[in-house]
Design a protein around this ligand. Structure first.
Ligand code: HEC
Length: 500
């Protein structure tokens, strides 16, 4: 009974088309059956039964490995394959949730399963290595290979470090202008390509695009810090998302628990949208400019996806439980009747607007899906993954069309160039590049970036391209010939600031 209950709660939170529980149903059913069978003779004969074939500890092997073991590349895939069916989402045996690094480290009913620096003292290693009960996974399941166990051990001995790409927790920055280095998490090119807005830390500055001359900064006049001194910034916390409305009149910015709608030509604050549980990390207007979609939410909790009426700021629909983890990307279908979303739960999904009804989900990325875009004909969606690849999906068929890209780190953002089949991506590997979603071919690349990139933008005609990231610099390019127009730094910072 218990097993059926579990699968039911799961199926309710997943989509009907590619239900994830399907693959996890069998291990758990098998486990249930094995338990039942094991208990039967005992019940019938009234005596305790003991397994005859004693479980052997997993062999210990030595890894020949020079580079550090990382959670995201080495450890997480093992946990996904062999542990998460019973230790994540709505099923967390022994209260141990391995769905995220944080919840894994927090541990279950026996306490913390990992002692950083001490694999030998870690319960996870002992139970998965089968030297201490409970032996994991249960014997109905595929045990860890000696190599997998050795990798996990090495990762713990090296300090059990967290994944590199956790978007950092809401960091409250209470400094005024000018500033030391602040990473650029978001930027947007105006639809008429005359202006570019970018966020540096909690500030937003706007530049013209011909020469990169500074135009203005966007300031929330009501911002105060604890000692009630006014702060000249757009938000209290990091600016995580920026988007221009299609007619260029409104600029929306997303930050911790709020979205601000600015009058783009003047920089005046028009409206503040609140009521978000956590950070708003992605924003998109519908093609007619009437709706604004927001995505975000606290890591490991619900992805928070909402759609507002862009003029009045009223909530149209709150898509509850759309994603089981932070939503990283949102995009409207060209007719505004559907919303594509993606998130840390590795899914791309599509919902009906304004009802919020779930329509389809696309599964294939092996890591967080960091952005999603809809081609102007509405037939294809493209998504960017922390698994370093770009995937293209056929909406009608509900199928993956192709996977491509040669980024060597997370593809952090993706944006379609107007109504073409070309997308521009940026990545943790500091590469900015055009691609064609019809054949996966790479186009022009834009150089000079020296660090992890989070933000990229392109004008609809492709003539203005910009990118920014950890370096705290926004590079503005001529999209036609790839040349750098200017490396933009916030006003007050003379030269592009150096990395701290
Ligand atoms: C088929 C389901 C299933 C799978 C797969 C599974 N577990 Fe478990 N796990 C359980 C159950 C049931 C318990 C509770 C056992 C108990 O408390 O005696 C448990 C308990 C644990 C505990 C003890 C947690 C605590 O605080 O009490 C650890 C550690 C653990 N599992 C690690 C793992 C690891 C590591 C993997 C993957 C290699 C894994 N499990 C895979 C079902 C599973």
């Amino acid at each position: 009974m218990r097993f059926f209950l579990m699968t039911q709660t799961r199926s309710a939170s997943e989509g009907p088309l590619f239900p994830r529980w399907w693959s996890s149903l069998f291990p758990r059913l098998r486990f249930g059956l094995v338990c039942l069978l094991a208990a039967l003779p005992g019940l019938l004969l009234g005596q305790e039964t003991k397994s005859k074939s004693a479980i052997q500890p997993i062999a210990i092997v030595k890894l020949d490995r020079k580079e550090p073991v990382t959670y995201e590349k080495d450890v997480e895939p093992i946990l996904v394959n062999k542990c998460q069916t019973c230790h994540s989402g709505s099923v967390t045996e022994a209260k141990l949730d391995m769905g995220t690094y944080e919840s894994l480290m927090k541990g279950g009913k026996r306490g913390k399963p990992i002692v950083p620096g001490h694999a030998a003292d870690s319960l996870l290693v002992k139970s998965a290595g089968r030297t201490q009960k409970p032996f994991m996974p249960p014997k109905s399941e595929e045990p860890l290979t000696p190599q997998e166990l050795a990798l996990i051990k090495l990762w713990i001995d090296q300090g059990a470090r967290p994944p590199a790409m956790q978007r950092e927790k809401a960091k409250v920055i209470l400094t005024g202008l000018p500033l030391s280095v602040h990473p650029v998490r978001a930027l947007a090119v105006s639809p008429d390509k005359s202006a570019i807005a970018a966020g540096w830390g909690n500030q937003i500055h706007v530049y013209e695009t011909a020469k990169g001359a500074y135009l203005r900064s966007l300031i929330d006049p009501d911002l105060k810090v604890q000692d009630s001194k006014p702060v000249k910034a757009a938000h209290i916390a990091m600016v995580d998302a920026l988007a221009y409305s299609p007619n260029g009149k409104v600029l929306a910015s997303g930050s911790f628990q709020e979205v601000i709608l600015w009058d783009a030509p003047t920089g005046r604050l028009r409206k503040k949208l609140t009521g978000f549980a956590d950070k708003v990390v992605t924003l998109a207007f519908s093609a007619d400019g009437k709706m604004l979609a927001t995505g975000g939410g606290a890591p490991t909790q619900d992805g928070e996806i909402k759609v507002f009426d862009a003029a009045g700021g009223n909530l149209i629909v709150d898509i509850k439980n759309g994603h089981s983890d932070t939503g990283f990307g949102v995009c409207f279908s060209p007719d505004g009747q559907k919303l594509g979303t993606c998130g840390a739960d590795k899914f791309v999904k599509v919902f009906e607007i304004p009802s919020g009804k779930f329509l389809k989900s696309f599964e294939g990325h092996t890591h967080h899906v960091l952005d999603v875009g809809w081609r102007a004909d509405g037939k294809l969606l493209a998504s960017a993954g922390a698994d370093n690849v770009i995937k293209v999906w056929d909406y009608e068929k509900g199928e993956q069309v192709r996977t491509f890209g040669n980024h060597t780190k997370q593809v952090t953002r993706l944006v379609f160039k107007g109504k073409t089949s070309e997308i521009l991506t940026c990545s943790g590997d500091s590469v900015v590049r055009f691609w064609n979603v019809d054949n996966g071919g790479g186009g022009m690349a834009f150089g000079g970036n020296k660090d992890f990139l989070y933000a990229v933008g392109v004008s609809p005609d492709g003539q203005v391209v910009a990118a920014g990231g950890e370096e705290g610099v926004v590079r503005l390019y001529n999209g036609g010939n790839g040349q750098l127009i200017k490396a933009l730094a916030p006003p007050g910072a003379e030269a592009p600031p150096k990395k701290k």
